[in-house]
Each structure stands twice: as C-alpha cells, then as structure tokens.
Ligand binder design. Structure first.
Ligand SMILES: NC(=O)c1ccc[n+]([C@@H]2O[C@H](COP(=O)([O-])OP(=O)(O)OC[C@H]3O[C@@H](n4cnc5c(N)ncnc54)[C@H](OP(=O)(O)O)[C@@H]3O)[C@@H](O)[C@H]2O)c1
Length: 274
C-alpha cells in the first residue's frame, strides 16, 4: 500500500536534530510526501536554510529551535508545537551525537549531555506525544538507533548503551501498541556520511570514530524512513544487510572481546583539550 501525497497534506511530522545529516534529509523527504514538517535543533540559521529550501519547492516547513540537552525544554517544546501547529502525527527522535575514546576519559559534561540528547529527549518527547496519539488512535514514533546498539564496541560504551536502550524501549512500546493504529519503530543505521564524525572529534577528549569510510549517504536513510512510514515495522536496519548485526554479536562477539583493547589503543588520539 502506498500513501498518496493528498492523504498526508497538513499532517504534522516533527523531526529532532533536523539541522544536518539524517534529520535534515528526512525533513526534506517528508515535506515532499506532503507533510507539514517541524524542524527542531539548536542551530536556527541551518534550520532556516532547510525550511526555506522546502518552502521554495512547494512544501511546508516550520523552524522550532530548541536545545534538547536541557530537560526543562522538552515540555516547552511540546506545548509550543501543540499551540502553534496542532497535534503531532509523526515524531522522529533523531537528535543525537557520538563520542569515541576510553569511557574512563569521557568528560562528565559530555556524558551528561549524551544522556540528555540521545536518551532523555527521545523518551520524554515520546511520553509527551503518546497519550494524544493513543487518544486519536493514530501516529508513528520513529527512533534513530544505530548498529552500535546491537554490536557494542570499544570506544563507544555510552553511545552504544543509549542506542541499546532505545532499541529495548522501542520493542517494549511496539508490543504495548501492537493492536492499535499507533506505531513505534527504530531505524538502526550503520555509518552514514554526516557531521556526526566531525562533531565527535570536536568534542573535548574525543577521538576519530573509525567507521566513516564505510558510510552511506543520509538521503538513503531518509528514503528508508519514508518507506517505514508507509509500512510500519518494529525495527529496520539501514542498509538492510546489517540485520545480521545482532547475530554477529551473538556468535562472533568474542572477536571484538579479543581485539577491542588493541584497536582502541591504536586509534588516532586528538583533541585532549578538556
Ligand atoms: N552518522 C552516522 O554514522 C550514524 C549512524 C547511526 C546512527 N546515527 C544517529 O543518527 C542521528 C543523527 O545523526 P547524524 O548522523 O545525522 O549527525 P549530525 O549531522 O551531526 O546531526 C545531529 C543532529 O542532532 C542535533 N543535535 C545535537 N545536539 C542537540 C541538542 N543539544 N539539541 C537539539 N539538537 C541537537 C544537531 O543539531 P544542532 O547541532 O543544530 O543542535 C543535528 O541536527 C543521531 O541520533 C545519531 O546517533 C548516526
């Protein structure tokens, strides 16, 4: 079953982390489908640029600047969306960032920020939108996870844990909502060419995440998200062949157990300014 643009016209899709990468591409793709798109992130000038491209091409986008590392902002954000644009039909919990290095070296400020942005924002926003979706028996919440959540590796301890958490959270929610018309999904992506890698490297005591060279492009992930909206599923992997990841962890997890310390030790060190 494919969804016609008309059926979606005026429906509201809110994308967090929409100022770059996967979130920006997803905003553009959803606007092409006919959604009114709410673009959330901190960098207003980037959001303005993406919104004006969408509006110029005949779509509808609104810019909603918010810092999701501040818990008090979640409720304000939700209320302001509700008052100004109406109920949320699709929520894409995409905002997030990575950090690579020994967990013992992770600055506490980065640790706190990661828990807020990668986890708290997704959980709290889900808790805010879900009652209304259940009341209307309509809606879809999509979390952007990572294969790191299924195959945790050296250097990304907390990042992997935030994505594993989202995976478990999504599975339980999916099972709660299975018989309703409210959907919840997670998109576990492999490496994607975005600002993610530079942003991790720029962080205090951060090192280069060694997977960028195998990355796909963000519009490939966005197209899979569009498909997911058409055909809701509990969990997808992008690219699809990465569905082997949980099996790799199960049957070959001993390999990174052995090699992890060596790989992390030999990884490039940079930016020890904190
Ligand atoms: N790239 C990959 O290889 C990869 C692989 C698997 C999963 N993912 C996941 O995909 C998601 C998107 O990442 P990306 O690859 O597209 O990287 P990106 O280009 O760096 O995008 C990250 C987005 O998150 C936003 N963000 C970060 N901190 C925020 C905060 N405090 N408040 C509000 N928004 C914030 C950023 O906006 P502002 O800076 O403007 O606030 C930006 O729009 C993340 O959840 C990431 O974990 C990425």
């Amino acid at each position: 079953m494919s969804i016609k643009k008309d059926a979606l016209a005026g429906k509201l899709a809110v994308v967090t982390g929409a100022s770059s990468g996967i979130g920006a591409s997803t905003g553009v793709q959803l606007a092409k489908l006919g959604f009114k798109v709410g673009l959330v992130a901190r960098r207003k000038e980037k959001l303005d640029q993406i919104a004006s491209e969408i509006n110029r091409d005949g779509g509808q986008a609104v810019v909603i600047p918010a810092d999701l590392s501040v818990v008090a902002n979640y409720d304000l954000l939700y209320r302001s969306i509700l008052e100004n644009y109406g109920p949320i039909d699709i929520l894409i919990n995409n905002a997030g960032f990575g950090w690579y290095g020994y967990f013992a070296d992770m600055p506490l400020s980065t640790l706190e920020e990661m828990l807020q942005v990668n986890l708290q924002a997704a959980i709290r926003l889900t808790r805010l939108v879900l009652p209304d979706m259940c009341k209307r028996n309509s809606g879809h919440i999509i979390h952007i996870g990572s294969i790191a959540g299924n195959f945790p590796n050296q250097g990304v301890a907390l990042y992997s844990a935030t994505k594993s958490f989202l995976d478990a959270f999504n599975t339980a929610l999916y099972r709660e909502l299975r018989t309703s018309n409210v959907h919840t999904s997670i998109v576990n992506a492999g490496p994607v060419h975005t600002e993610f890698f530079q942003s991790a490297l720029n962080r205090p005591a951060g090192r280069a995440i060694p997977a960028e060279r195998w990355g796909i492009f963000p519009d490939q992930v966005a197209r899979r998200i569009v498909k997911l909206i058409h055909h809701p599923r509990r969990r997808i992997f992008v690219p699809g062949w990465l569905a082997i990841t949980p099996w790799v962890e199960l049957f070959a997890g001993w390999l990174p157990d052995l090699l992890g310390p060596l790989l992390l030790k030999s990884g490039s060190e940079k930016n020890m300014s904190d």
